[in-house]
Write a protein that binds this ligand. Structure first.
Ligand SMILES: [Zn+2]
Length: 92
């Protein structure tokens, strides 16, 4: 009976070390997908708006001679600004 218990303990130990290996490999897969998620996040570009218009522009656009307000592209989109047809600023 004692011998049987010894085998059982050995089995449990080998099983738990095996499942430990599974946990380690699972964690490394998760960190890889997290890194991919960070890479996929879009860079927030700066665009320029005027005080009166509802279009956003590149910094070099001639429509910005009257006023030029720097704004993040994401905020410009939230405020329903649309891309200027003359200077073709980035859409995203
Ligand atoms: Zn423009």
């Amino acid at each position: 009976m004692k011998k049987f218990l010894g085998i059982l303990v050995a089995l449990v130990i080998s099983f738990s070390s095996f499942s430990g290996l599974i946990v380690v490999s699972g964690a490394s897969t998760e960190s890889t997908s997290t890194a991919r998620y960070v890479m996929a996040v879009k860079k927030d570009v700066t665009v320029y708006i005027t005080r009166t218009g509802k279009k956003y522009h590149r910094s070099s656009c001639s429509y910005l001679r009257k006023s030029k307000i720097a704004i993040k592209l994401s905020s410009a989109k939230k405020r329903y600004y649309t891309a200027c047809s003359r200077c073709h600023p980035p859409l995203k």
